[in-house]
Design a protein around this ligand. Structure first.
Ligand code: UDX
Length: 469
């Protein structure tokens, strides 16, 4: 692959074609840039090359088809070739976590080594993956050290810059996020790097924030941690709501109308999951601890989140009494609606906990069943994967909603009622309208909207009525 870059029209390489890399690559292609998408996983590259997106993301298949047809997208599994052919290198490899919570940066380091060995001209290395602050300094040091080692003594090492341009993509909304970002954050250390990235993003009309590299790294991490904090906060409020007879969705609305707070990410439920929030929270705590900063606040955010699973299982138990042998319909396995991703999914943790209690589960998810089946194979009479929510509901003693899929909002309640053995719904995402569900003759339990006070009052009312008869 020859060097296809010029400063006027620099070629972009996207290194790593996962949930971040592939949308990033396709986004730049759509905007008219020449892009080389590289991933060491040859079978993944082949799949993408044949027009198949390796994960579920609405609209991504069409974007890939257009990208392939445009002639501006080249795919390869030899990362070094992509490095040599391009000027701007977006690092989009995974940053999983170690048991300690620390971010595992071995894939980032490995990319830095490959870049150092293939530094055939100026390169702008851009971190896209979420990484702890000062990772860029390590990339810089690694590339500089190894490049010197690779070059013959006396031979000049090609110049390079390291920048941070974190992605804020949400799974399920990647296309909207790429083409209509609410902000673009760019951390740079040189005018040259700034000019290149400015050129790349000048067609966007959102705010572009230029900072130093560590600040940009921190913005992404802090944003994810703050959003996790909002979720744990509202989950704690939901528990209080149940005790005092308040409705958490209205509390969230009332709070959110204050522009200093905002309504988004104040949906109470079974807690946050996914590849980013739990991992970024732990990595941020690790970073804080390492630098002697008290992160007790964040420890509580995590504690509240982990307790949601236990709390939900308790709600199910209170709804059906003995869990052993109960037939439960489970709707939703993905960590949120709109994706097939089950990484750190609270839904899956609940499924495992219920299986541990001896419940018999019939589960459904519109997109995540294949992934879930691999992690949790079917078990005769214990765990069955069903092709439709109504199949899952057949003869169930209760139906549990664990993922906020749009289609679950539109379920035919009358049909569900006919199918189920006992009409009980435990809604872990506050997806359904309590009045509609109760008027369809279901017992309904949710997360902080139907208070215990109301339950006690209605029981009292019932008792009084019964006595009067
Ligand atoms: C997140 C960030 O939003 C995104 O900016 C970053 O680039 C990657 O991480 P994502 O992991 O796709 O995106 O999911 P997100 O939509 O943020 O939801 C994360 C989790 O929080 C999900 O489990 C979701 O169900 C939960 N959540 C979200 C709530 O429980 N309540 C809410 O109000 C919002």
């Amino acid at each position: 692959m020859s060097d296809r870059s010029s400063f006027d029209k620099p070629c972009i390489a996207v290194l790593g074609l996962g949930h971040v890399g592939l949308p990033t690559a396709l986004g730049f292609v759509e905007m008219g840039w020449e892009v080389i998408g590289a991933d060491e996983d040859a079978s993944k590259v082949e799949k993408i090359g044949s027009g198949q997106v390796p994960f579920y993301e609405p609209g991504m298949n069409d974007l890939l088809a257009r990208g392939l047809a445009s002639g501006r997208l080249t795919l390869c599994h030899r990362v070094e070739e992509a490095v040599r052919a391009a000027t701007i290198l977006f690092v989009c490899v995974g940053t999983p976590q170690k048991d300690s919570g620390e971010a595992d940066l071995s894939q980032v380091e490995s990319i830095a080594r490959i870049i150092a060995r293939n530094l055939n001209g100026y390169k702008l290395i851009v971190e896209k993956s979420t990484v702890p602050a000062i990772t860029a300094q390590w990339i810089k040091k690694t590339v500089a050290r190894l490049a010197k080692f690779v070059n013959a003594p006396g031979q000049q090492v090609a110049e390079f810059d390291v920048a941070s341009n974190p992605e804020f993509l949400q799974e399920g909304k990647a296309i909207e996020n790429i083409f209509h970002p609410d902000r673009i954050v760019v951390g740079v250390e040189s005018e040259r790097a700034r000019a290149l990235l400015e050129r790349l993003y000048r067609q966007f009309d959102c705010p572009i924030l230029f900072t130093n590299v560590s600040t940009a790294e921190l913005i992404k991490h802090a944003a994810n941690v703050f959003l996790s904090t909002k979720i744990s906060f509202i989950n704690m409020v939901a528990d209080i709501c149940e005790e005092v007879g308040a409705d958490v969705t209205q509390v969230a609305l009332g709070m959110g109308l204050d522009p200093r707070i905002g309504r988004e990410f104040l949906n109470a439920g079974i807690g946050f999951g996914g590849y980013c929030f739990p991992k970024d929270l732990r990595a941020f705590m690790y970073l804080a601890k390492e630098h002697g900063v008290d992160c007790g606040l964040l420890q509580e955010v995590e504690n509240i989140n982990l307790q949601r699973v236990e709390l939900f299982v308790k709600k199910v138990q209170q709804a059906v009494w003995v869990l052993q042998g109960k037939k439960l319909a489970v709707l939703g396995l993905a960590f949120k609606g709109g994706t097939d991703d089950i990484r750190e999914s609270p839904a899956l943790r609940i499924v495992k906990a219920l299986l541990g209690e001896g419940a018999r589960l019939r589960v459904h998810d519109p997109q995540a069943m294949e992934a879930a089946r691999q992690e949790l194979p079917p078990q005769a009479e214990r765990l069955e994967y069903c092709p439709a929510p109504y199949e899952a509901a057949r003869e169930a003693h209760a139906l549990l909603i664990l993922t906020d899929w749009k289609e679950y909002r539109e379920l035919d309640l009358a049909h569900l009622h006919e199918l189920m053995e006992v009409p009980v719904i435990v809604d872990g995402r506050n997806l359904l309208n309590p009045e509609t569900v109760r008027s369809a003759d279901f017992e309904y339990v949710d997360m902080g909207r139907s208070s215990r006070v109301a339950a006690v009052e209605s029981t009292t009312q019932l008792t009084v009525n019964n006595c009067a008869q």
